[in-house]
Unconditional design. Structure first.
Lengths: 213, 425
């Protein structure tokens, strides 16, 4: 095991970095998209329940199947990986963003409007900051979840640690097969812990003191 | 209320000295919600004089809050126009209008993620004030609402009590020095003791600032205490009576208003006058160390029954009767803990209460630093009640107009319309 790691340290670290980078970039993209969609729907009850159904149903689609389907239009490689990871990352964030925004007391919004804040200003200066801890909780759930999904995108030659898992599984019993799988899985767990730690730190930095629990 | 016919665009009332408020006129304002047969507000015409505090009272769902929110156009009127200081604000940008109108809601409506200072600074920031001016204004306002800026500036709303939050809410509304302040049940969410204190402070602030304040409440006693004018509404924002608290109590327009006032209208009138408003009786003053016989001689000569013993700072210590004085040698410096004392700012209601408890049927009045000012007795209170009744019988000359023109459409639909205006009561 030690030999396996020391022989392939550079490619492992490179794949790990790629995995991490894919997840983080997709998370950022997903957060922006999810918040954007949430701000469009949260005032309308029907739209809110539609958004909630989409995020619930979306999560039931097997990621393996979705990757297979996307190979046809987007081919193998990075594009389909980004689409799949961002799609799954978006769902928990969307749900939390909608819940967070619609959970804000109407009296606070009325006060904001009453002292002359425009709709947009109310959203940006009052509603989003107040919903932010809830949104961030969604981001943390997403981060854990898509760490695993990013590994599966390696099936369609996406970047990251998934490659070690698939190559190990395909020649199980052969030389270094188990080591390869363990490397991929262990690496993903370590990355997930690091990312979660970073997100907790981000939460501490970005949550206003007045609404910290 | 006068029966005068309103002109469609009245000239803005001349502002008395020191008034920073603006006059408001609701001109035949109607609000209809789609899918509802009855309008929420039906053809209301209401004049709110500059620098006065006008209270909207009425049962729940009567449209008083809707009417209030139409003044700053949080709710857009379906028909009619809102005129502030002679300017029709019905068409201007609603957000800009609201920045010039203070708005206070129940529990303050503070933003929990912003500090107290940031909450107060919101409107000045939107108006583009510079940082130093905003910081100075925040401290000034916190002092005005009796919160120490050094302690409270950087606190967050959750670190404040309900009453303190409400104070910050008022400070935020006053931040950009708006001429008009709208309050929607501002003191509904605090305990009775805090509420009373907040009301007293509101009166204090208003006596300095003279804003035009419109305040919605369901508490009639609060309306009587705070209001210069009270508008009593029934369902559909039908204005039943628009009058001064004195006249409302002395001469309710109909049974609805009577029921709304509830029992004890006479006693409520006593809350309208303060001890400082009535003439106090003189008293014979004695000092500790004097011979009791000398003091007794003085009160006998003056025909009084009691003497007031005050200390060297003029604070009352004892209130001995002739008989008590007769039993004393020299007057001691001991303070009587059960002395019936009321302050100059106390209402006649409080004074009467103190008198009834004391055996003397009267109470000592103290002013600044608790110095003795005079004596108030039941007779003085009775005179004040009689005087109030006489005053209330006279219709005030410049009473603001308040009528429902919407009611005409049903009662006088056949008429020519403009001719048949009808007073709201």
């Amino acid at each position: 095991m030690v030999d396996f790691l020391s022989d392939r340290l550079r490619p492992i670290l490179f794949a790990g970095w790629q995995h991490f980078s894919l997840v983080v970039q997709c998370l950022i993209l997903a957060t922006i998209l999810a918040v954007l969609i949430a701000t469009l729907v949260y005032r309308n009850k029907a739209m809110v329940s539609a958004a909630n159904s989409v995020s619930a149903i979306g999560l039931t689609i097997p990621s393996f199947a979705l990757i297979g389907l996307l190979v046809a239009p987007f081919g193998f490689g990075v594009t389909q990986a980004v689409i799949v990871v961002a799609f799954y990352a978006m769902l928990p964030i969307l749900r939390n963003a909608v819940v967070g925004l619609s959970g804000i007391s109407p009296s606070v919004v009325e006060a904001a409007r009453g002292i002359g804040m425009s709709r947009l200003r109310t959203l940006v200066q009052v509603e989003l900051p107040m919903a932010w801890p809830v949104i961030l909780a969604g981001v943390r759930v997403s981060a854990q979840m898509v760490m695993g999904i990013a590994a599966i995108t390696a099936y369609a030659l996406g970047p990251g640690l998934g490659g070690f898992i698939f190559s190990g599984l395909s020649r199980l019993g052969g030389a270094n097969a188990l080591e390869s799988v363990v490397t991929g899985v262990g690496g993903i767990i370590i990355l997930a812990l690091i990312l979660d730690f970073l997100l907790v730190g981000l939460g501490r930095l970005t949550t206003p003191r007045g609404i910290r629990v | 209320m006068s029966e005068s016919v309103i002109t469609s665009t009245p000239a803005p009332a001349a502002r008395p000295e020191g008034v920073t408020g603006a006059s408001i006129l609701l001109d035949q304002v109607t609000k209809r919600y789609p899918g509802q047969k009855r309008p929420a507000v039906d053809g209301l015409t209401l004049e709110i004089p500059a620098g006065k505090m006008v209270m909207f009272v009425g049962p729940s769902g009567c449209g008083k809050t809707t009417t209030l929110k139409m003044i700053n156009r949080l709710i857009e009127p379906t028909e009619g126009s809102i005129i502030i200081n002679g300017e029709d604000v019905t068409r201007m940008n609603g957000d800009e209008l609201r920045r010039k109108i203070g708005y206070v809601i129940q529990a303050g409506g503070l933003f929990p993620h912003l500090s107290v200072a940031a909450n107060i600074a919101i409107v000045p920031k939107m108006l583009g004030w510079d940082k130093a001016r905003i910081a100075a204004r925040v401290d000034e306002l916190l002092e005005m609402v009796s919160l120490d800026p050094a302690i409270y500036r950087n606190r967050f709303p959750k670190e404040l009590s309900g009453g303190q939050q409400q104070r910050v809410g008022v400070a935020r509304a006053l931040a950009a020095d708006p001429p008009v302040l709208l309050m929607d049940e501002p003191f509904g969410a605090v305990d009775p003791i805090t509420r009373q204190r907040l009301q007293d402070e509101m009166l204090q602030i208003q006596s300095e600032l003279h804003k035009t304040i419109v305040c919605v409440t369901h508490d009639f006693d609060e309306a009587v205490k705070l209001g210069d004018w009270i508008a009593v509404f029934d369902a559909g924002a039908q204005l039943v009576q628009y009058d001064t608290p004195e006249r409302l109590l002395a001469d309710p327009a109909n049974e609805f208003v009577e029921n709304f006032i509830g029992s004890g209208a006479g006693l409520k009138q006593l809350t309208l006058s303060r001890v400082s408003d009535v003439d106090l009786a003189e008293a014979i003053i004695g000092r500790p160390g004097e011979r009791a016989a000398d003091v007794l001689e003085r009160i006998t000569a003056a025909g009084h029954g009691h003497a007031v013993i005050v200390d060297d700072r003029g604070r009352p210590l004892q209130w001995p009767s002739r008989r008590q004085l007769g039993r004393m040698e020299t007057i001691s410096a001991a303070a009587d803990p059960q002395l019936p004392v009321v302050g100059m700012r106390a209402t006649l209601n409080d004074a009467l209460d103190t008198m009834l408890v004391s055996s003397a049927g009267a109470a000592l009045v103290t002013g600044r630093r608790e110095t003795f000012q005079g004596v108030i007795d039941v007779g003085t209170v009775m005179d004040a009640i009689n005087k109030a009744h006489e005053l209330a019988a006279i219709e005030p000359e410049n009473a603001p107009v308040g009528i429902n023109t919407g009611s005409l459409q049903t009662t006088a639909a056949a008429g020519t319309g403009a001719g048949g205006e009808q007073a709201g009561r």
